[in-house]
Design a binder for this molecule. Structure first.
Ligand code: BV8
Ligand code: ZN
Length: 260
């Protein structure tokens, strides 16, 4: 049985607004590889070649085939209990805003209503020339030619690569969610990629209670108000169950049901 501090449970049972920053670790229990873990994507691939405009320009087939494979892997995967717990949390705390660095769309599939995809979504495809959104490409590493739009422009995933700016509206919405949160959960991220890695500090400086959920220490562990060490797919369901029990009990006593 996982136990949580009274401080955390008091805040979550009475707070009005929760924001959550998720990273690749939130999808790890869905079988989606993370980036910087020992067996992560960056241990096998070079981010400069695969997640940068320069890498795309120099070898579009390599990048298009990598995203084709990632998109197919995500379609085979399911939201895990951690995703589903965050979707349930919004039933008790509204709004629960999920700021995700992940591009897999699993928070939406789990039922979260308020998701800000600060690094885009690999299920969306667009043309670099006319900017039209198109059907996803299906490219193999050995294809001779990259996938192109009807206008002749190259097709790319609608994600934010290194060196590219985040969408201004997503950035503003995420910063506003961090500033307005009573409790800010940081789930499954190494907190190394900016500007997203700056949201926990923004939340903390605005008065939020910052809680990290991760299997290991990260760049923000020391500055978090509380660290819940363990897998998101185990910790989050237990936390949301505890919050649900408390909020139900508070609601009952407020309505006088327990002492007629
Ligand atoms: C930009 C593409 C400016 C989509 C990605 C300071 C300020 C601003 C920018 C910079 C800055 N310093 C440096 C920069 C540049 C750069 C950057 O931050 N570099 C880093 C490496 C130092 N930032 C940028 O380039 C950004 N752009 O700032 O533009 C600009 C402005 C105007 C005009 C022009 C330019 C763009 C950043 C976005 C890059 N795109 N992905 C895709 O294909 O996925 S980044 C990539 O990293 C993913 O999005 C990923 O989500 C993200 C962060 O990684 P994590 O999610 O944290 O994953 P990681 O593997 O690292 O960690 C996993 C964690 O989970 C671990 O802690 C592990 O312990 C834990 N875990 C594992 N299993 C579990 C678990 N936890 C819980 N449960 C488990 N079961
Ligand atoms: Zn086009």
């Amino acid at each position: 049985m996982i136990s949580f501090s009274d401080r955390l449970l008091d805040r979550l049972s009475q707070c009005g607004r929760v924001a959550v920053l998720t990273g690749a670790g939130a999808s790890a229990e869905s079988g989606i590889p993370t980036f910087r873990d020992p067996q992560g994507l960056w241990a096998r691939f070079n981010p400069a070649e695969l997640a940068s405009p320069q890498g795309f320009k120099s070898n579009p087939v390599r990048v298009q085939s990598w995203y084709t494979a990632r998109r197919k892997a995500v379609l085979e995967a399911d939201p895990n209990p951690g995703h589903r717990a965050l979707a349930r949390l919004q039933d008790f705390v509204h709004p629960t805003i999920v700021i995700t660095q992940n591009v897999d769309g699993l928070h939406h599939r789990a039922g979260s209503d308020d998701v800000i995809e600060v690094h885009g979504n690999l299920h969306r495809t667009c043309c670099v020339s006319c900017r039209q959104e198109t059907e996803p490409f299906d490219v193999s590493p050995n294809d001779a030619e990259p996938a192109r739009c009807g206008c002749g422009g190259l097709l790319r995933p609608d994600v934010v690569w290194f060196g590219e700016p985040l969408q201004a509206d997503a950035l503003q919405a995420a910063a506003a969610a961090a500033m307005g949160a009573d409790v800010f959960l940081v789930v499954g991220t190494g907190a190394e990629v900016y500007p997203a890695a700056g949201f926990p500090l923004i939340a903390s400086e605005a008065g939020a209670y910052v809680v990290e959920v991760n299997v290991r220490a990260t760049a923000i562990s020391d500055s978090a108000d509380e660290v819940l060490r363990g897998p998101a797919g185990v910790i989050l369901p237990a936390l949301v169950d505890a919050v649900g029990r408390l909020r139900t009990a508070v609601a009952k006593s407020a309505s006088g049901v327990d002492n007629p």
